[in-house]
Design a binder for this molecule. Structure first.
Ligand SMILES: O=C(O)CCC(=O)N[C@@H](CCC(=O)O)C(=O)O
Ligand SMILES: [Zn+2]
Length: 335
């Protein structure tokens, strides 16, 4: 196998490869760009016109997607998976991956779309670097842009594999992309309705890619991910990279669509979340339920029929999202 196929090993060891460019037998080029970043370029004659960004490890302790990208890259480096798409593989937060922690100083996935410019520290620099890597990767005009940012969640989930679909003014979410995700084993999608500072929101709204955050089960240490079955997603990523995707059924039956009702923001150290510690993502909350309290008279009470909670986390920094209240999406305008 080509040495650059061991990007994960190199990244975890904090090492730079001696050779930055290597070619597979079929002539695909692997190019190491910087820590945790590798570009794969198919031979010109077989290029299918897709620019695909696959990222994982934006949160350093979310190992199942990191292992998935490692398997894909090794298959390419062994010549078993023959790319026809250009691919940018990114391990988002190498320092946090080495520590097995979500982040080092601050949550990298809150620093995109320019927020890093008003901040400092390791993650702010990395957000800037990741944005530049994506801009350069997408520089060629007339090509199709797709980005999957792969994550796992802190807690268990009633719906284990789901997507968060970013938002941009005047742009409808794509039925074709949702059908593709359904075929890849994704059971639900949360359609965002406002701008965001996550990585996928950056590539979607600023760079015009189709882009998603994919949540793929519960975060566990390296080597401990046997419970997560990512076979369908892995097969689909193989097919996308190899430029040989099957035609998808355009029906979205079986894919649950949700909309954001409200984001719960933690304003102060007095913030209290009234949920059991082991509550699962997508748990339903009854009308009138007192969900959270904060300084002064701030109270979060459930007012939306059918409301469910995802990502409840009272330990976030003040000013950040401590949970999202979601509801089943009504009539959705899809492109
Ligand atoms: O389990 C949790 O509480 C967080 C899981 C996670 O990291 N989710 C992403 C979602 C990103 C998005 O909203 O697109 C995050 O919080 O960064
Ligand atoms: Zn994450």
């Amino acid at each position: 196998m080509l040495a650059l196929g061991k990007l994960l090993e190199l990244t975890l060891a904090g090492r730079e490869p001696a050779a930055k460019i290597q070619l597979t037998v079929e002539g695909a080029r692997l190019r190491w760009l910087t820590e945790g970043a590798l570009e794969i370029t198919p031979p010109v004659a077989s290029d299918c016109g897709l620019d695909l960004i696959l990222s994982a490890g934006v949160h350093g302790n979310e190992t199942a997607p990191i292992e998935l990208l490692d398997r894909l890259l090794r298959a390419i480096a062994r010549g078993e998976l023959k790319p026809r798409s250009r691919v940018l593989l990114l391990f988002g937060n190498p320092a946090a991956m080495r520590r097995g922690e979500r982040f080092v100083v601050q949550d990298l996935n809150r620093l995109f779309n320019g927020v890093h410019e008003q901040s400092s520290g390791f993650e702010a620099l990395r957000a800037c670097e990741l944005e530049q890597l994506c801009v350069s990767f997408f520089a060629q005009p007339g090509r199709t842009r797709l980005h999957y940012d792969l994550h796992t969640a802190i807690r268990a989930s009633k719906i284990e594999q789901f997507a968060l679909y970013p938002w941009q003014a005047g742009r409808a979410h794509s039925r074709r992309e949702l059908a593709r995700l359904k075929a890849a084993g994704i059971d639900a999608a949360l359609l965002q309705s406002k701008p965001s500072t996550t990585f996928s929101a950056y590539t979607y709204a600023t760079l015009g890619a189709e882009a998603f955050t994919l949540e793929l089960g519960k975060a566990r240490p390296f080597g401990d991910n046997q419970m997560v079955n990512l076979d369908l997603l892995e097969q689909r990523l193989h097919a996308i990279i190899a430029g040989c995707e099957p035609e998808d059924d355009p029906s979205l039956d079986g894919l649950q669509l949700f909309a954001v009702a409200r984001e719960v923001i933690k304003h102060s150290d007095a913030f209290t979340l009234h949920l059991p510690a082991a509550i699962e993502n997508f748990s339903e909350l009854p009308l009138g339920y007192l969900l959270a309290e904060d300084l002064g008279d701030t109270r979060w009470t459930v007012e939306e029929p059918g409301a469910r909670i995802i990502f409840p986390n009272p330990r976030v920094h003040n000013g950040q999202r401590a949970g999202i209240l979601i509801v089943p999406a009504g009539d959705v305008n899809l492109a």
